[in-house]
Design a protein around this ligand. Structure first.
Ligand code: PLP
Length: 423
């Protein structure tokens, strides 16, 4: 392998990498270009990408339609503030998202990252109750295994371990983090918690159908119906965080559709721009928006990030939605789903494997434990694939446009590495 490129050598001492113990983490792989489901490294090696860059690049990298839309927008207007000014890319995108989402979700608030979209959803929920004259509803119900982002309000509703509740105790708001009501005992505990805390609660927040960063854990649509019913009974808002699940990942365009449940607030990001730009959205129902509609300026939603509704990002998102309309993305997800189920299944018989599961274009091999995470990652790269196991799972969330051959390379690589063991 050739030496690292000069920009890595000179730059690495100055960047602070995500989720990394900088002292012991291996150096990141220098990537110089992307195309489709491939990454090209500085030394010329090509890796088949099994992750679509944290689940964003649903159309594959460098899709010409998205690239062209961004190029055109760059010529016309890369950015203007959204305060007091409006522009076509954001207005068009808001109208298209409102048309795509279940009917009550009709008002789109743009931000620039998933975490901030969740922060806004939480702020909306708190102020919804305040604007309606209900004081003291300032806690959220969230679920073990859940992940909603890394900012402070988001951390407070994450799984206690993932959200670093113990590390930041005192600095994080205390929420009601309970087990997802997927079975009788958890349902009873969930109901009891709501009974006890009902008047203090603002909203329930959940990743519908698939808890992603908390371990790729799936649940039945019936759980979401139960949450809807409980939220209504206790006067709480229901927030669906579809930052991972939105735009086809679980098989339907949005997970809420598959469940036939409409939340009061829904968050989107990740695949919203087809993986090209930072953009997120918090979408509220008409009823939530109504609570802010007033002659009283204090009832306004006081939020407005500088790059809110960035025209370049909105142009990318509009182009991404064009592709969902023109190309058979959901059929591709179904094809990927079948291939993942078929080709990951042999892993089930390997020593140390405790589960193999697939939902939409998410394929998971769960292990008893991964003792040498860095070693496992290195071996996967040596097989020519970009797959990043975490906790005790090895998983795939490829671009929906990945070819059958590329997908087979990913599943074959996982099988080969896991069958050799030693990590
Ligand atoms: N919510 C969910 C469900 C996520 O999966 C993520 C990111 O992985 C976030 C929120 C946070 O998004 P971001 O990393 O853009 O802040």
């Amino acid at each position: 392998m050739s030496a690292d490129p000069p920009w890595l050598q000179s730059g690495l001492p100055h960047v602070w990498l995500p989720y990394a113990q900088m002292k012991t983490a291996p150096a990141p792989l220098p990537v110089v270009s992307t195309r489709g489901a491939r990454l090209t490294l500085a030394d010329g090696r090509e890796l088949v990408d099994g992750l679509a860059s944290w689940w964003t690049a649903c159309h594959g990298y460098n899709h010409p339609h998205v690239a062209e839309a961004v190029r055109r927008q760059l010529e016309a207007m890369p950015h203007v503030m959204f305060g007091g000014l409006a522009h076509e890319p954001a207005c068009r995108l808001a109208a298209r998202l409102a048309a795509l989402l279940p009917a009550p979700l009709s008002r789109v608030f743009f931000v620039e990252s998933g975490s901030v979209a969740v922060e806004v959803a939480m702020k909306m929920a708190l102020q919804y109750h305040l604007n309606r004259g209900a004081r003291g509803r300032n806690k959220f119900v969230s679920f073990r295994g859940g992940y909603h982002g890394d900012t402070f309000a988001c951390m407070s509703v994450c799984d206690p371990e993932e959200g670093m509740h113990s590390l930041f105790r005192g600095a994080l708001a205390e929420q009601l983090v309970v087990e997802l009501p997927t079975h009788e005992r958890a349902r009873t505990a969930f109901e009891a918690a709501l009974e006890a805390q009902g008047e203090n609660l603002a909203a329930i927040i959940v990743e519908p159908l698939a808890q992603g960063a908390g371990g790729m854990i799936f649940h039945e649509p019936g759980v979401l119906r139960l949450l809807r019913e409980a939220a209504d009974r206790h006067g709480l808002l229901l927030i669906f965080d579809e930052i991972f699940t939105g735009f086809g990942r679980t098989g339907a365009m949005f997970a809420c559709e598959a469940a036939g449940v409409s939340p009061d607030v829904l968050t989107l990001s990740k695949a919203l721009t087809g993986g090209t730009m930072a953009l997120a959205a918090t979408v509220a129902s008409g009823a939530v928006f109504e609570a802010f509609w007033s002659d009283d300026p204090a009832h306004a939603l006081m939020h407005g990030p500088t790059f809110m509704g960035n025209p370049l990002a909105c142009a990318a998102a509009n182009a991404s939605l064009d592709l969902f309309e023109r190309e058979p993305r959901l059929a591709q997800v179904a094809r990927i789903s079948a291939a993942l189920a078929r080709d990951l299944e042999p892993c089930r018989a390997l020593p140390g494997v405790t589960d193999v599961r697939v939902l939409g274009a998410i394929g998971v091999v769960q292990l008893e434990r991964i003792a040498d995470m860095n070693g496992l990652k290195r071996r996967l790269v040596a097989e020519g694939v970009w797959v990043r196991p975490f906790r005790d799972i090895v998983y795939l969330t490829p671009a929906f446009t990945i070819s059958d051959d590329e997908l087979k390379r990913l599943t074959d690589a996982i099988f080969a590495v896991l069958s050799r063991g030693g990590f």
